[in-house]
Design a protein around this ligand. Structure first.
Ligand code: GDP
Ligand code: MG
Length: 225
């Protein structure tokens, strides 16, 4: 008897990577800058996205959002007042978005009139980092209420992110958070990541985040010329 062994895990990741590349191509053709916000539930992803979009809108930069959640439309509803197109993806139990889900999201956005596509991944510090989506920029949101050791406890997510946002800095006085330790731990897993301290509540430094992304958008435009 011959045994045929199929490694489902490897196959699934390879298939996911293929679709992620298709997403990348679609977005690149439309000259759209795309990003994937990841982080624990409650770290402040939606709050930051809301503030960031408001900043983009002031500059007439149009955004579309793909909201990933296990269930419900809470976050999409929070963004509704901004008057931007939002697609809610419910994973029905999966703790992360996969490239195919993002593809469905992209297909339901008016790409012709968008400059930026923002993906909010399912709140989770592990699985979202394992699935490529085909976006330009991975962003990990950490918050000071989570503790400073998270980069070394969840290294994959931090290691694949070019940008780390440390959120809830408006609570600095109330929370014991060792920023130097956080920076040291982050450097251990990703010495290239840029760190921006922000508040999704007060909007502090969200303009720095916007500037970083606009710089990236300008580079993207130059690359395609
Ligand atoms: N104090 C404070 N609260 C925040 C901040 N960002 C988010 N929150 C609160 O944290 C909770 C979770 O925020 P949300 O944006 O929904 O987090 P998400 O689950 O990562 O999308 C909400 O009650 C927010 O109002 C912040 O910078 N400072
Ligand atoms: Mg959210």
């Amino acid at each position: 008897m011959t045994i045929k062994q199929i490694k489902i895990g490897e196959y699934l990741f390879a298939k996911n990577d293929e679709i992620a590349e298709e997403n990348r191509e679609i977005l690149k053709r439309k000259n759209i800058l795309s990003m994937n916000f990841m982080g624990a539930p409650g770290c402040g992803k939606t709050s930051i996205i809301e503030k960031l979009i408001s900043e983009f809108l002031v500059e007439n930069i149009s955004c579309g959002v793909i909201e990933g959640d296990i269930a419900g439309t809470f976050d999409s509803e929070k963004l509704e007042h901004l008057g931007i197109p939002v697609v809610q993806i419910n994973t029905g139990g999966a703790c992360h978005l996969e490239a195919l889900m993002v593809k469905k999201g992209i297909e339901n956005l008016p790409l012709e009139r968008l400059d930026i596509v923002i993906v909010e991944n399912v709140g989770n510090l592990v699985c979202p980092a394992e699935f490529k989506l085909g976006v330009d920029c991975n962003i990990t949101v950490a918050s000071i209420t989570e503790g400073e050791e998270k980069p070394v406890k969840y290294p994959l997510m931090y290691s694949i992110s070019e940008l780390v946002l440390l959120n809830k800095i408006d609570l600095s006085e109330a929370v014991q958070f060792n920023l130097q330790k956080f920076i040291q731990y982050l450097k251990q897993v990703n010495s290239d990541a840029e760190l921006i301290l922000v508040s999704g509540k007060t909007g502090e430094n969200i303009n720095e985040l916007k500037k970083h992304l606009l710089r990236k958008k300008r580079c993207q435009r130059k690359d395609s010329e």
